[in-house]
Design a protein around this ligand. Structure first.
Ligand code: S3P
Length: 170
């Protein structure tokens, strides 16, 4: 069975960049669950949150993850809150190996501070928000992952190669 490589982690942890790099190197197709949600909803995530709220988005996310989990041999990157619903992890694990891209709050802050497309950190004190969310979520990322990759001091290509090395042994 060809497993999917599934990337989880906080916003700004590099899931999209690493996912695309893996896709290029392994010649496997890449999909981003947030991208599928936006395409199906025909509006950006910030607008979904604004118009219909977070719980509408989470329900849609469950649906999309369930359908993406049916695939085999894909690189799948997920939204940072995918771990909030255990159903998502159950589905992703069926055909996939899950890698948690672990990063520190300050690295995340520097990567996303000028980005207004992420509603959860579009607040007056984003660093504090990031720290709070990470405090609440870290155990979920760690519990959900088959492997934890600390990306704080690694380049995108280094993270990619680490994942390939681990995946190759499976
Ligand atoms: C979210 C992360 C976002 C997106 C949504 C909610 C979160 O994805 O799914 O804004 O709860 O952490 P990225 O991790 O790709 O930014």
């Amino acid at each position: 069975m060809v497993k999917n490589i599934v990337l989880i982690g906080f916003m700004g942890s590099g899931k999209t960049s690493v996912g695309k790099a893996l896709s290029m190197k392994l010649n496997l197709p890449y999909v981003d669950s947030d991208g599928v949600i936006e395409a199906e909803e025909k509006r950006p995530i910030s607008q979904i949150f604004e118009e219909d709220g977070e719980s509408y988005f989470r329900d849609k996310e469950i649906e999309v993850i369930e359908s993406l989990s049916e695939r085999r041999g894909w690189i799948i990157s997920t939204g940072g809150g995918v771990v909030l619903n255990p159903e998502n992890i159950f589905n992703l694990k069926r055909n996939g190996l899950i890698f948690y891209l672990k990063t520190t709050p300050s690295v995340i802050y520097n990567r996303i501070k000028d980005d207004s497309t992420r509603p959860l950190v579009n607040v007056s004190n984003p660093l504090e928000r990031i720290e709070n969310l990470l405090r609440r979520r870290t155990w979920l990322y760690e519990e959900s992952a088959d492997y934890v990759v600390d990306t704080s001091s690694l380049t995108i290509d280094e993270v990619r190669d680490k994942i390939i090395k681990i995946g190759g042994k499976k």
